[in-house]
Write a protein that binds this ligand. Structure first.
Ligand SMILES: Nc1ncnc2c1ncn2[C@@H]1O[C@H](COP(=O)(O)OP(=O)(O)OP(=O)(O)O)[C@@H](O)[C@H]1O
Ligand SMILES: [Mg+2]
Length: 271
């Protein structure tokens, strides 16, 4: 299958001299067009940094990366890329409808086309009738849904999602998982999602990549052995679900344990 995202020998350090922080040691992986890949790993291992480098916000210290066969140049966002950041990204001073239509207005689309597109997206996400409200009048789950629609409005071929459902309760999360899978099934974007939730990673993705503590390396590239389409409600009860979560946790849990031992050495705390 055609490769959409390629990272080859990527390392990334921040700062210089005594303040130098080596975040990513050496990471290579590729994501095929239309594939859904999740990235998990200890806090600070460079997951958000990887998304920021794919988006062209930051240059790697070494290595190369490309999107759709074109090398990513720091400072220029690859064509057709949508990004949901780790923090809430809706603009509080715009209504729901204006938030969703923002990217299209930047593209100077016709007003009528924007209105139609916004209405379609709102209907798809069960938010019709909410377009005139402001983000503070919505629940956390609804705000996150608006953030997703904002990104989808510009028809991205590549979606980067940084813990998009992190702050939500389990029920809202699962409803949004269903929406994301429905959207992905229809539009077949290439998706790279960072998460700390292994159930979420296994429910949604084709592959789960596990990174080590910094300076990070790729320590597991696990292919989820559950065929799509998946029903987000019943998939958790499948035998294979627990097996896939266990396979990822086996490696990630070990890494946490090793890291804890390292923390004890650094802080001098007792075992
Ligand atoms: N702009 C920056 N300047 C300096 N250091 C940074 C910067 N951004 C990130 N770092 C450092 O790089 C490392 C990786 O950060 P990053 O945000 O990519 O981690 P992460 O894996 O996304 O963590 P989390 O799971 O907590 O979101 C951390 O040590 C962080 O302090
Ligand atoms: Mg992060």
């Amino acid at each position: 299958m055609r490769s959409m995202i390629e990272l080859s020998g990527i390392s990334k350090s921040y700062g210089t001299g005594a303040t130098r922080v080596p975040a990513i040691g050496n990471v290579s992986f590729s994501v095929a067009a239309g594939e859904f890949v999740s990235i998990v790993g200890p806090s600070g291992c460079g997951k958000s940094t990887i998304l920021n480098m794919i988006a062209g916000f930051l240059p790697p210290t070494s290595g190369t990366l490309s999107v759709d066969g074109i090398p990513v140049a720091a400072g220029s966002v690859p064509q057709g890329l949508g990004y949901i950041f780790q923090k809430d990204t809706v603009l509080p001073w715009l209504t729901v409808g204006d938030n969703i239509g923002l990217g299209l207005r930047y593209r100077h689309e016709q007003k009528l086309r924007i209105e139609r597109k916004v209405a379609d997206l709102l209907a798809m996400a069960g938010l019709s009738g909410y377009e005139k409200l402001y983000p503070h009048q919505l629940s956390g789950g609804m705000r996150q849904r608006v953030a997703l629609l904002m990104t989808l409005a510009c028809d991205p071929a590549v979606l980067l999602l940084d813990e998009p459902f992190g702050a939500l309760d389990t029920h809202t999360k699962i409803v949004l998982h269903k929406e994301l899978l429905d959207i992905w099934r229809r539009l077949k974007q290439t998706i790279v999602m960072v998460t700390h939730d292994l159930d979420e990673a296994v429910t949604l993705s084709d592959r789960v990549i596990v990174l080590s503590a910094p300076p990070s390396r790729l320590i597991l590239d696990h292919r989820v052995s559950i065929p799509h389409p998946r029903d987000v409600f019943s998939v958790r009860e499948q035998e294979a679900f627990a097996g896939n979560v266990r396979a990822v946790w086996h490696v990630l849990g070990d890494e946490f344990r090793r890291n804890q031992a390292f923390d004890r050495i650094v802080t001098g705390s007792a075992a």
